[in-house]
Design a binder for this molecule. Structure first.
Ligand SMILES: [Mn+2]
Length: 365
């Protein structure tokens, strides 16, 4: 799926480089940051994804309070009491904040906390200053731990398995419409203890010229069929796009598909440590030649707990770093005619590895 952020520039991601050993315990890294910045506590309120990041849980409601030396997870009676390593687990009561009364500097996540929530916090701590800690958190999350990569890898395997089932199912001609394909793929996820990372995109023929086409009752007729989907497994996302052909393609359609496939593979091959994402984008566009103007979004996006997260490809300062997980997804869109997109989720751990393993040569059904 193509991120909204790919259309924006993000100048807010600079500064504050903190060195993070790979696969180190991220909570300790964050506590070290709080200590250095003399932040008495950082507070995260549902539905902040940071709660899931540090606990690997998706509670129906919770607070997470991290100080330089402690961490406490406040849960409600709606959820089962979890066992968490390195975190205190406490029921969320009205006077939960009492233990933290004497704090003067409080870290908040500007990207999640609402204005109303901040107003409430200001009533609890009228004299405290509130500082944004979203940037160091983003830097931590950009570098995935081994466990995170394993979960994303599993999400990618589930996605590829669902696609293989679709390739077996399509020739049976039982799936009649775009929405039939959506339902089929999402059922494949459910059967593998996963769910969709985002609403599945299935776009037939000219519908695929709209990158974010909303699937409808359009019948599966002759032409390119774009399928952009991904499983979420234990809170971690996969994102993959494959384009198949229903019927027999013309030689110019074959050539167009092959050109895009080469562009996608060129970009993956160009992934090296320290390469700027804007350079990867240029590699794909160079191969596309005159069709590069029909590639109307950027090349990809970071992925993890969220289907779109850092790194943001349009930021010139963003470079490939160790343990980064991101997508590579060039497309060609000819309005009123057709759309083609090929997308993989990849990890960089010294070399690039494609995690979404479904075949990419043109499949005609
Ligand atoms: Mn994507």
């Amino acid at each position: 799926m193509i991120s909204e952020g790919t259309f924006l520039t993000s100048g807010d991601l600079v500064g504050l480089e903190i060195k993070i050993p790979i696969a180190a315990m991220k909570l300790q890294e964050f506590q070290q940051y709080l200590n250095e910045k003399k932040i008495g506590l950082a507070l995260f309120i549902h539905p902040d994804i940071i709660i899931t990041y540090f606990t690997q849980l998706k509670p129906s409601y919770a607070y997470l309070v991290i100080t330089p030396t402690t961490a406490a997870f406040y849960f409600t009676a709606l959820d089962k009491k979890p066992a968490l390593k390195g975190l205190a687990v406490r029921p969320l009561s009205k006077n939960w904040s009492k233990a933290y009364k004497r704090v003067h500097k409080i870290g908040i996540n500007n990207r999640s906390l609402t204005v109303a929530q901040l107003e409430r916090l200001k009533k609890i701590w009228p004299k405290a200053t509130f500082v944004d800690v979203s940037l160091p958190l983003e830097q931590l999350r950009r570098q995935k731990t081994k466990e995170e990569v394993e979960k994303i890898q599993k999400a990618c395997q589930i996605t590829s398995t669902a696609f293989a089932a679709l390739l077996r199912e399509l020739p049976r001609r039982r799936l009649k419409t775009e929405l039939d394909v959506v339902c089929f793929l999402e059922e494949q996820f459910r059967q593998q203890q996963a769910e969709p990372s985002f609403p599945t995109i299935v776009a037939m023929g000219r519908n695929a010229a709209i990158p974010h086409h909303i699937p409808d009752n359009t019948r599966l007729t002759k032409g390119f069929l774009v399928v952009d989907f991904g499983a979420k497994f234990q809170n971690y996302c996969a994102d993959m796009t494959r384009t198949v052909y229903v019927g027999k393609p013309s030689s110019s359609e074959r050539k167009l598909y092959f050109l895009l496939q080469q562009a996608q593979e060129d970009a993956i091959r160009a992934v090296e440590e320290g390469t700027s994402f804007t350079v990867l984008d240029k590699v794909a566009r160079k191969r596309l030649g005159r069709y590069s103007s029909s590639f109307i979004h950027s090349l990809g996006h970071g992925i993890g707990l969220e289907v779109h997260e850092a790194p943001t490809f349009s930021d010139k300062k963003m470079k490939v770093q160790e343990q980064a997980v991101f997508t590579i997804e060039p497309g060609i869109y000819l309005p009123g005619k057709l759309g083609i997109r090929i997308e993989d989720t990849v990890v960089f751990d010294g070399k690039v590895k494609v995690l979404t393993s479904s075949p990419k040569e043109l499949i005609c059904l």
